[in-house]
Design a protein around this ligand. Structure first.
Ligand code: GLN
Length: 436
């Protein structure tokens, strides 16, 4: 496995950059988002503007069509200001696996912005855009929102069309909003939510909701479940900030009780087996012929294909393709993929039980404050384990929001609020009370 993209001239935008491509696309004159600027993660297809997924493999890919979320942004009058840096194909939690180099964290100098939608969160935190779109397969909206001190929403599976989102792991991911306030994030969700005949997994529930109006801070009588397993593993400073936020909610009329999600201990393992399996299949389509590194091989097709994929994918992506292919291979399928599917069902059942006795569940979004740049790049396991609080939500297809809860040693800490399927209004209401 080669350690870098060096054989290729991947245009590093700079040492550390929020945008991979800066290009202004002005939407219609009027609409809910008229006058608002939006930054878009570079795995969401934009017509005539290149969409690299942070990979050398798609360095020259210019989509001939818009993702449905982009079409809706334009119709709502938004101005798209550029395509943001991300972990390659969404695989990472720091934006450091990008072929274009990492993105900065405007809220914590010298630290990662989180990932994989790090550029989108950073764009909002730096004031480069009012709003941003990201995608969340296992935390990629909530993690960078927490690390950059902004708001991020991972919608219920099926609420937002994924037509035009370059797939990493289809059964887990959703497009969702970033903003500097809960109300603005909710207003962006209002624009992108709703069924789409081009995405067979999109659903009509939630289409008539008014998310922005739900950000009214009225949480009188709200019942909050705190899953012990998602709090006890967190760093001391993160835990303190978390409990301060819960007290704040209590003082506004909410009550909390502790709950248990026993199967959550299988969450990270199940997530990574499933995500890598799906990724190995999704990424099989990339041959680099039209959009990636050119090959000089005049040998047979298998050789050329191997050479292009060796050059075009970074080390993290290769690791996942190899592990995912292994988990799906004959003889191992039931041992890994089958078991992970079982664990996914248990996690979902535990969430359902906990949410039958609480309106929302609350936890720290990330168990740790932002890593220093370079700190976790050579330690994939450390990076995977830091996803412990976010990936179970994707396994259960639930909605969740990350809202700034405060700081520990000058580093941002996010509060995660998890709701039942299509319970976006409830988590938005609760999150807006945290801002009060
Ligand atoms: N960090 C997780 C992963 O690497 C989540 C990424 C995401 O949500 N795209 O798979």
């Amino acid at each position: 496995m080669s350690a870098s993209h060096s054989p290729l001239e991947v245009a590093r935008v700079s040492e550390s950059s929020i945008f991979i491509t800066e290009e202004r696309i002005v939407g219609e004159d009027e609409g809910q988002l008229a006058g608002k600027t939006v930054a878009v993660k570079d795995n969401i297809s934009t017509k005539n503007v290149r969409t690299t997924c942070g990979s050398a493999m798609l360095e020259r890919y210019v989509p001939p069509y818009d993702a449905t979320a982009i079409k809706r942004l334009k119709e709502a009058g938004a101005t798209i200001v550029g395509k943001t840096n991300m972990d390659e194909f969404g695989m990472g939690s720091t934006t450091e696996t990008s072929a274009f180099g990492p993105a900065p964290n405007p809220a914590a100098e010298g630290h990662v912005p989180g990932g994989s939608s790090g550029g989108s969160a950073a764009a909002v935190a730096a004031g480069e855009a009012d709003l941003a779109l990201g995608s969340d397969t296992g935390g990629s909206i909530r993690n960078p929102a927490a690390f950059c001190g902004v708001v991020g929403i991972k919608p219920t599976y099926g609420l937002v069309s994924r037509y035009g989102l370059v797939a990493y792991a289809n059964s887990l991911e959703q497009i969702g909003p970033f903003a500097s306030s809960v109300e603005d994030a909710a207003a962006l969700l209002d624009v992108i939510a709703g069924p789409d005949e081009r995405d067979g997994t999109s659903r009509k529930e939630g289409a008539d909701s008014d998310y922005a109006s739900a950000a009214d801070g009225d949480i009188d009588g709200l019942s909050i479940g705190v899953p012990t397993e998602l709090v006890e593993g967190a760093d001391d400073g993160v835990r303190e900030t978390f409990w301060d936020a819960i007290s704040k909610l209590e003082s506004q009329g909410a009550s909390y009780h502790e709950v248990s999600l026993p199967s959550i201990e299988y969450g990270v393992a199940a997530y990574y087996v499933l995500a890598m399996s799906e990724a190995s299949s999704n990424l099989a389509r990339f041959d680099g012929v039209r959009y990636g590194p050119a090959t000089e091989s005049d040998g047979n097709w298998n050789e050329a294909f191997a050479e292009v994929r060796e050059q075009g994918f970074g080390p993290e992506v290769k690791r996942r393709i190899l592990l995912g292919t292994y988990a799906l291979s004959a003889g191992y399928h039931e041992k890994y993929y089958g078991k992970a599917q079982d664990a996914r069902a248990w996690v979902k059942r535990d969430f359902d039980d906990a949410l039958s006795e609480a309106d929302v569940l609350a936890s720290p979004t990330m168990p740790v404050p932002p890593f220093e740049l370079g700190e976790s790049l050579d330690d994939p396991l450390k990076m995977y384990l830091s996803d412990a609080n976010t990936v179970p939500v994707n396994l259960a297809n639930l909605p969740a929001i990350s809202v700034p809860a405060g700081k520990t040693e000058k580093l941002p800490v996010g509060l995660q609020l998890i709701g039942p399927v299509f319970g976006e209004e409830t988590i938005i209401r609760a999150a807006s009370a945290v801002e009060e």
